[in-house]
Design a protein around this ligand. Structure first.
Ligand code: SF4
Ligand code: SF4
Length: 107
């Protein structure tokens, strides 16, 4: 299968991503959590994730719309592996829908 490039349409961030940072100080970046687990242990890290993750099914509060119809993640450095790995799931329907929408906006 062909890998689908991320077009920054933000479609996946409007309902498909499950785990997002809860507060502006919440960090769900995999490397950050890995380091925490090494220094503080599994129980502490698990509680941190419970306290700092929102499980959403609607538009993400960290998604910013840009004038050129792309989107920006305001939690980019703190986002979870759910967000980071999303485009790696090849041939996502949402990416194709988003690409079509963006192309339509630009014509
Ligand atoms: S945290 Fe960022 S990448 Fe993840 S759903 Fe929200 S806007 Fe999208
Ligand atoms: S739906 Fe696909 S193309 Fe659009 S932002 Fe998400 S990963 Fe990128």
């Amino acid at each position: 299968m062909t890998e689908v490039k991320c077009f920054r349409c933000g479609t996946c961030c409007k309902g498909y991503i499950a785990m997002i940072p809860k507060y502006s100080t919440s960090n769900l970046a995999p490397q950050f959590l890995e380091n925490m687990e090494e220094t503080e242990g599994y129980e502490y890290t698990s509680k941190y994730v419970d306290d700092h993750a929102d499980y959403q099914g609607e538009r993400c509060k960290w998604l910013q719309d840009n004038e050129d119809s792309t989107t920006t993640c305001l939690a980019h450095d703190r986002k979870s592996s759910d967000c980071i790995n999303y485009p790696d799931a090849t041939m996502q329907t949402e990416c194709r829908v988003g690409k079509r929408k963006m192309e339509a906006l630009r014509t």
